[in-house]
Write a protein that binds this ligand. Structure first.
Ligand SMILES: Nc1ncnc2c1ncn2[C@@H]1O[C@H](COP(=O)(O)OP(=O)(O)O)[C@@H](O)[C@H]1O
Ligand SMILES: [Mg+2]
Length: 398
């Protein structure tokens, strides 16, 4: 009898000690969090994935991450961000200035503490550890902050050698490791000069090189290519692609949609601290860029109103996006035979409407971004939309 009760108590103790493993076995995350209605089904699916613990292959997991500058009651710079990023994935964090991208990065790099939520990395043994103890747990993180943290008086080589020592790279390997980064990021012409003589783009190259030191498992890059010339950008893309192919998880911000298209496997557009959409560049274009952008250049002094009336007659859902000088830009939602009809209507009325020339295009990722960034102050938590909302943001004048 005594043995049976002792056995039961010990069994209960064991279950309590390994409660996290029980939770995982039941398919639940160790995180206690909530799904915040935000009006986008992809963002909510990602939140569910994180909360249900379906993040087995992910290296970085964020759950209901928040930051208010000025305490819990202050304005929220980041609101309830949940995300999992796997090895070999490049995740893009896009958004207009002030959207909350750098604040998110600063929480990931440990510069600032989150007001609420969790941010963890997964070790090779599958254990979740807080980001600040990632190094001790054997997960290497490279971080390129938005503001270059460089010493103007030191040269590129001196920076690299110093950071190599900080990373614990043995002295005899430092010239090889530093030299490899100088070569890969094309810093050769500048590496012997003090940083004070560098252009903005060259400083970004050096900051990126420092983030790449020690072959990180997770790379956090806050606008790495800002100020770089087009050739340097392409070199940087090649370097980052190599890292991703070798299994590094990359999170980057950029104002270049071309860069996001070239590098990101998935991306999100942040507006006022929240994710407003999430998916591959192609998915976002298909989902939010459905339809055509029609640009019509009219003769000087011709009535723009007549063009709008004519298009409105044939395409009731047409929307005037903006006007620059005598060029009008419309968005026409996609429907069957829409493209053929557009060409026909414009060609038939070209002379009557004094149209000089016109073009019809599918919306680009840049247009999707502009539409989201132009959103007037959404309050997703106060006014949640339906889970499958077909978001139709407002357009900017062109
Ligand atoms: N140290 C700070 N103190 C107070 N507010 C801040 C601070 N840093 C950023 N913010 C505010 O947080 C919001 C998000 O800023 P930030 O993360 O830098 O945006 P982004 O990187 O997308 O341009 C902005 O409204 C900004 O003014
Ligand atoms: Mg920023």
């Amino acid at each position: 009898m005594q043995l049976a009760s002792q056995g039961t108590v010990l069994l209960l103790l064991r279950v309590l000690v390994h409660w996290d493993l029980v939770q995982r076995a039941r398919g639940r995350s160790a995180f206690q969090g909530t799904v915040t209605p935000c009006g986008d089904s992809d963002v909510e699916s990602e939140q569910m994935r994180v909360l249900k613990g379906r993040t087995g292959g992910d290296l970085l997991v964020l759950c209901n991450l928040r930051k208010s500058y000025g305490g819990r009651r202050g304005a929220e710079a980041v609101r309830d961000v949940s995300l999992g990023v796997r090895r070999g994935e490049c995740f893009g964090l896009l958004g207009a200035s002030g959207a909350g991208k750098s604040t998110t990065f600063k929480m990931l790099s440990g510069d600032i503490a989150p007001t609420a939520g969790h941010a963890v990395v997964r070790t090779s043994s599958g254990e979740d550890v807080a980001l600040f103890s990632a190094g001790a747990a054997g997960v290497r993180i490279g971080y390129c902050p938005q503001q270059d943290a460089l010493d103007e008086l030191l040269t590129g080589w001196e920076h690299l050698r110093y950071y190599c020592s900080l990373c614990g790279i043995p002295k005899q390997h430092i010239p090889e490791v530093a030299g490899d980064l100088v070569r890969r990021l094309q810093l050769g012409a500048h590496a012997n000069q003090p940083v004070a003589t560098y252009s903005g783009g060259t400083k970004r190259k050096l900051s990126t090189a420092l983030a790449l030191l020690g072959r990180p498992d997770l790379l956090l890059l806050d606008e790495p290519s800002s100020g770089m010339d087009p050739c340097s950008k392409r070199f940087l893309w090649r370097v980052l692609t190599e890292e991703v192919l070798e299994g590094c998880a990359v999170v980057l911000t950029s104002h270049s949609m071309e860069e996001c298209e070239a590098l990101c496997t998935r991306l999100t557009i942040m507006v006022n601290g929240s994710f407003r959409c999430l998916g591959s560049p192609q998915h976002l274009r298909d989902r939010f860029g459905a339809g055509y952008v029609v640009r019509v250049a009219c003769e000087e002094g011709s009535a723009a109103r007549a063009v709008s009336d004519c298009l409105g007659l044939h395409f009731p859902d047409v929307r005037l996006q903006g006007q620059r000088l005598n060029v009008l830009e419309y968005h026409v939602p996609r429907r069957r035979d829409c493209l053929a009809d557009l060409f026909r209507v414009l060609a038939d009325n070209k002379t009557a409407l004094s149209i000089r020339h016109y073009s019809i295009q599918q919306p680009t990722l840049e247009q999707v971004f502009i539409d989201f960034a132009a959103e007037p102050q959404p309050t997703p938590r106060a006014a949640p939309g339906p889970a499958t909302s077909s978001h139709r943001p407002h357009g900017l004048p062109v």
